[in-house]
Design a protein around this ligand. Structure first.
Ligand code: IMP
Ligand code: MG
Length: 178
């Protein structure tokens, strides 16, 4: 589908410039909060790789970085059952952890990850998402830094995909399948 442009349209939602500006603002806020801590930044693959690449270059303090790769079990409704595809190499124990995720939708993924990391005895955990689809939330997960709140659209670009496509789009758009 994604290779046939007749079948879909993309409506721009957040431009490259707007995203850049907002990412800088979030980074300033995080820098203020984390200057003196023993920080481990954990980015959730695959969706957050573009966001975190921009964000971490604006963080003005010393921190360690790691990825975790998560996915939903196939067959389950989106996000309902999450599993670890590739685990952390760094140990969160005793550290101030910041989770970076592309989007909070139902909240299942963040709830799962929060529990996984909490079990490893970090000193603290905070969560940063670029997009918050608040109206779709079914799990009450704490989110500390939010780029933009959005409605219940399916969005793509800037790391976010539809069936593996569109991650390289430099802006965020709403995908409409015809
Ligand atoms: P949750 O577990 O329902 O909160 O879903 C979170 C995951 O679903 C995100 O990490 C994304 O990978 C994916 N997701 C949710 N909404 C969208 C969307 O609008 N576009 C692309 N991916 C999405
Ligand atoms: Mg994701």
């Amino acid at each position: 589908m994604a290779k046939n442009k007749e079948n879909y349209s993309i409506e721009a939602l957040f431009s490259q410039d707007l995203i850049r500006q907002r990412v800088r603002e979030i980074a300033l806020q995080i820098t203020k909060d984390y200057e003196d801590k023993n920080t481990l930044v954990i980015a959730v693959l695959k969706g957050s790789f573009v966001f975190c690449a921009d964000l971490i270059r604006d963080l003005n303090f010393i921190f360690a970085f790691d990825f975790i790769s998560l996915s939903s079990y196939s067959g389950a409704a989106a996000g309902e059952k999450v599993k670890v595809i590739s685990n952390l190499k760094e140990n969160p124990e005793g550290r101030d952890v910041i989770i970076i995720e592309d989007i909070a939708d139902t909240g299942h993924t963040l709830e799962f990850l929060h529990k996984e990391i909490a079990a490893k005895n970090p000193k603290s955990i905070r969560t940063c998402v670029l997009l918050d689809k608040k109206c779709a939330r079914v799990k009450n997960v704490p989110i500390d830094y939010i780029g933009f709140e959005i409605g219940n659209y399916f969005v793509i670009g800037y790391g976010l995909d539809y069936n593996g496509f569109f991650r390289g789009l430099p802006y965020i758009g709403i995908l409409q399948i015809k």
